[in-house]
Design a protein around this ligand. Structure first.
Ligand code: CO
Length: 134
């Protein structure tokens, strides 16, 4: 069901610093920052030849990554994103198998203007999983 690894996401305390670290320190191509109020994050993408790294900074008081940053003040790996061909079919199959979909269970439009869903980390080896319709 899952296809390519779309990205690995890392929550950071200071997005500009983290972007500079990847751009200048690691010599990677880094996109301009993009605010995603519906997701409570500001994001940049580090574009690698085989996948992307998403660097996330909390945006707004209700940011879902704020508590993560409280527990991990230096930042840390937050989720992995896998591509699926049909997000509603994937969701229904996972729910039927007992997996928990976060939020109201309806896909939201993610950073790439495509529908995304998140799956509970306790159901997947302690890793938060994002599914993106490819
Ligand atoms: Co993501």
């Amino acid at each position: 069901m899952i296809g390519r690894l779309n990205h690995v996401a890392i929550v950071v305390p200071e997005l500009a610093k983290a972007a500079a670290l990847y751009r200048d320190g690691l010599g990677a191509r880094v996109s301009a920052p993009m605010a995603l109020p519906a997701h409570g994050v500001t994001v940049v993408f580090v574009e690698l030849s085989n996948t992307k790294i998403e660097l996330l900074e909390p945006l707004g008081a209700q940011s879902p990554v704020a508590t993560f940053l409280e527990r991990n003040p230096a930042g840390g790996m937050h989720h992995v994103c896998y591509e699926v061909p049909d997000i509603l079919a994937a969701r229904d199959r996972l729910k039927a198998a007992g997996a928990r979909v976060l939020g109201d269970g309806e896909p939201k439009i993610g950073a790439h203007d495509k529908p995304v869903l998140f799956l509970h980390p306790k159901d997947f080896c302690g890793t938060l999983i994002e599914l993106e319709q490819a």
